[in-house]
Design a binder for this molecule. Structure first.
Ligand code: FAD
Length: 503
């Protein structure tokens, strides 16, 4: 038992310690989230909904990270997602933020084209389309259409996407059907992408059913049957329906906002208000203790300009390489795992023309370019066909993703970079003259690559994270690169910290 003098001394020590914290590091936050991309915004928003105070630190002067929109002279230029899918996680956010009226649906059936020998061909999405296409020859068609009638099994070691497609369908299918999609969606290299890491469902279907098509059909049937048996709406569902918040599978799957994709990030940041600190590049984080108590911070965070923050828990919602560098001192094993994740470079050129300058009808989503065609362009989206309000009347807007791997154009002067890509578009779409507006971006590290071994690395990352209860990770290298996966990773990090706070 403590004497009166002991009690007084320990009380004085506690007061001193609180005074020290307030003087040196100011307020002790429950949580600091680092990075205001979609992952960090979703995490901070969910923490607030859970009643956990969170401050969000962002290096740049705006929210959204890779989701970025430039609005100029009536044009809406997108640096990131052009017409993404809105899965339930994102759609729920849209509703919670009252953004439904700002949403503009994209046509999921809009035609996609693939370039072969300089000509655009419709991308085949049905057996009929496959029979009709000139993108691949009869032997490739036969191998694709007869897959359900054959038996095969994946090898025991993870294979690359290229190995998988060549084994099952041949090189032509890899070059003219698989590669253009992989390059457009993942900025990936089929020879490096891992099947278990990027497409675990396909591996499972082949393993369990001996055929990807049979596996897919059986998964579809099970999902449909499960949907039928849970058809009666629960109390919560019917309340939600009453309020116009009924979430079903029939959500608008593709789309954007009147003011472009940044609308979502801007609204999230607006809701978080003064809890978002822009221009706060975090330079170091230091774990001061392992446990959890209200009066003592577990993490000291130092941001640019000497700003200091103390928090009981911290979430790193930054790219894997940035998280790796922040964790080098405190969690070297986790840091090494994060540092090993490869990122692909990517350039974006968004150009606007007077309608009369472009001969092509631009009737669809846009076109994809197989690597074999030897162009710098990976794909070109026809933004003004998808969202007419994103360009003034009488004009058209298109956005190209540009191959970054191999250097070359990525380090060329800006004019050369843009004009090279515009010349490639001009040839395919019969465009005359220079654009009337243009915006471009170059990302040396655009997206994480789900290469062979990535799934295993992510499970090691999760194991290492379990040893650090007051630390959360969120981002596009964990569950998937889509905005829906990023939002989910932010929500999961928030839930993990709620569990930690309760202990
Ligand atoms: C060109 C392109 C097209 C895409 N198309 C689609 C699509 O069609 N559909 C789809 O669903 N997804 C698409 N994506 C993917 C999706 O946009 C990204 O995966 C997602 O936006 C990543 O969000 P994030 O929050 O995890 O990371 P980021 O957006 O990278 O955000 C990380 C944030 O952390 C900040 N930061 C970094 N270091 C620090 C530090 N030390 N201190 C403070 N802040 C820091 C950064 O400034 C940034 O704001 C596309 C991406 C790109 C680039």
């Amino acid at each position: 038992m403590l004497s009166h003098r002991g009690v007084a001394a320990s009380g004085a020590f506690a007061l001193l310690s609180i005074w020290y914290n307030l003087q040196v590091v100011g307020h002790i936050y429950k949580t600091v989230v680092i990075g205001a991309g979609i992952s960090g915004l979703a995490c901070a928003f969910r923490l607030r909904q859970l009643g956990i105070q969170a401050v969000l630190l962002e290096a740049s002067g705006r929210a959204g990270g890779m989701v970025s929109t430039v609005r100029r002279n009536g044009f809406v230029f997108e640096a990131g997602p052009q017409c993404p899918r809105f899965p339930a996680a994102v759609w729920n956010l849209v509703r919670e933020l009252n953004l439904e009226r700002e949403f503009v649906a994209g046509d999921p059936k809009a035609k996609r084209y693939i370039l072969r020998d300089g000509r655009l061909h419709l991308a085949p999405f049905s057996p009929g389309g496959l029979l009709a296409t000139r993108l691949v020859g009869p032997q490739s068609k036969y191998r694709l259409l007869s897959e359900a009638l054959r038996n095969s099994h994946p090898p025991s070691e993870e294979e690359s996407l290229a190995e998988f497609v060549e084994r099952k369908f041949g090189a032509e299918v890899l070059d003219y059907l698989a590669d253009p999609f992989i390059s457009t969606v993942f900025f990936g290299d089929a020879h490096k992408m891992g099947m278990e890491s990027a497409f675990p469902a396909l591996v499972e279907w082949e393993r369990s059913r001996g055929s990807v098509v049979r596996g897919a059909l059986s998964a579809y049937k099970s999902k449909r049957d499960a949907g039928k048996s849970s058809h009666l709406p629960s109390q919560r569902d019917s309340n939600a329906k009453h309020r116009g918040l009924y979430v079903t599978d029939a959500l608008p799957s593709l789309g954007s906002f009147r003011g472009g994709m940044a609308t979502l990030a801007e609204k999230l940041a607006e809701k978080l208000g003064e809890d978002v600190h822009f221009g706060a590049q975090v330079e170091s984080i230091v774990a001061t203790r392992a446990g959890n108590s209200a009066s003592e911070a577990a993490w000291q965070i130092r941001a640019s300009g000497g700003q200091e923050f103390s928090a009981e828990a911290v979430v790193l919602a930054v790219p894997a390489y940035a998280a790796a560098s922040l964790l080098q001192q405190n969690a070297p094993h986790l840091s090494r795992l994060l540092a090993a994740i490869e990122y692909a470079p990517m350039g974006i050129v968004s150009s606007a023309y007077d309608r009369k300058q472009v001969r092509h009808a631009l009737n669809g989503f846009g076109f994809m370019v197989p690597r074999r065609e030897g162009l710098h362009t990976v794909c070109t989206f026809w933004n003004s066909s998808l969202f007419p309000a994103h360009a003034p009347q009488g004009t058209v807007l298109m956005t190209s993703f540009v191959r970054g791997a191999g250097g070359g154009l990525m380090s060329a002067p800006y004019d050369v970079f843009a004009e090279t890509v515009e010349a490639e578009n001009a040839k395919v779409l019969e465009i005359s003259g220079a654009p009337i507006e243009r915006t471009l971006w170059r990302y040396p590290r655009a997206l994480p690559q789900y290469n062979v071994g990535h799934a295993h690395r992510v499970s090691e990352i999760r194991e290492a994270l379990n040893e650090l209860p007051g630390l959360g990770l969120a981002g596009n290298y964990l569950m998937g690169r889509s905005i829906g996966d990023c939002a989910e990773s932010g929500f999961q990090a928030a839930e993990k910290l709620r569990g930690h706070m309760r202990n």
